[in-house]
Unconditional design. Structure first.
Length: 286
């Protein structure tokens, strides 16, 4: 059975992850699983050979103390993880979710999600709040989360800040085959049904671009969405940011990375940029 996996770590962003995961679970009528991954930190437990600097007895005693400390740290981390999962479960139940499961694993978040990918319908994860010297309305995705988005072949909802039930979404469309697939996926999914939306194309207003915008709008309208469109020339990141604000959208919908791996390394991508700077949650659809 497919499920929504909500990745929580006990930080402040876990509250938003929990709330958006519950919202998604109720709309999709899909079971919810909270996941807490205990990353292994070999550097904490690693012990170098200092036998040339200290006596054997002292070294053996030090090894015993380090081993004991590592065991205590591991037990405390597991206990803390169980408390985090229990708190999330109780919050989800209070919000109306019913089919809830929890899971704590050791290892890598990305590897764990890949392992469960076949039975995953949506991954919900959090983002870091911007540093104090930046606008408080902007939050940034961390490296773990960005790796998830780049790796997992499932929709990912990246959230930050306080939960706000989405009422209007902005769909960034580029007319590509992947973009068309994204529009069709949105039109068929109950996740955003009933919400108003705007389709935005960051390009020159040409007959071909107008045709692309009309196709996207018609596809979504036929599925019951209240949709308007905007064609705005300019850099995609700037256009999307401005349109999200001007149209009062509280959710950004985008396709996954569209460039080659080499291009990512040199120029990055619109998806990566928006994940790092968007002021609203970002739903990535492959």
């Amino acid at each position: 059975m497919e499920k929504i996996i909500a990745c929580i770590d006990g930080t402040a962003r876990s509250t938003a992850v929990c709330d958006y995961a519950v919202w998604s679970s109720l709309r999709l009528q899909t079971p919810l699983q909270f996941l807490h991954v205990l990353d292994r930190h070999p550097e904490r437990a690693a012990v170098s050979d200092y036998s040339g600097a200290i006596g054997f007895d002292a070294q053996e005693h030090l090894l015993q103390e380090l081993t004991s400390l590592d065991e205590q740290r591991s037990k405390l981390a597991q206990q803390h993880g169980r408390q985090i999962l229990q708190a999330a479960r109780e919050r989800a139940m209070a919000a109306g979710a019913e089919n809830i499961d929890t899971l704590q694993r050791h290892g890598s978040l990305v590897e764990t999600l890949v392992e469960f990918q076949a039975s995953t319908r949506l991954v919900v994860l959090g983002q870091h709040v911007a540093p104090a010297h930046e606008s408080p309305s902007i939050w940034h995705i961390d490296h773990h989360a960005e790796r998830v988005v780049r790796t997992i072949q499932r929709p990912v909802l990246a959230v930050g800040g306080k939960f706000v039930a989405p009422r209007r979404f902005l769909l960034a469309f580029d007319g590509s085959a992947a973009g068309r697939k994204m529009v069709e996926t949105v039109s068929c999914s109950p996740l955003l049904q009933g919400l108003a939306g705007r389709v935005v194309i960051a390009d020159e207003d040409t007959p071909n671009i107008r045709d692309q915008a009309q196709w996207a709008s018609k596809t979504l309208e036929e599925a019951g969405f209240d949709i308007d469109t905007a064609i705005v020339a300019g850099e995609p990141e700037k256009v999307i940011t401005a349109q999200t604000s001007e149209s009062n959208c509280d959710l950004l919908v985008m396709g996954a990375y569209g460039h080659s791996r080499i291009r990512h390394m040199i120029l990055g991508s619109t998806t990566a940029t928006m994940l790092r700077t968007s002021s609203v949650p970002v739903l990535i659809i492959r």
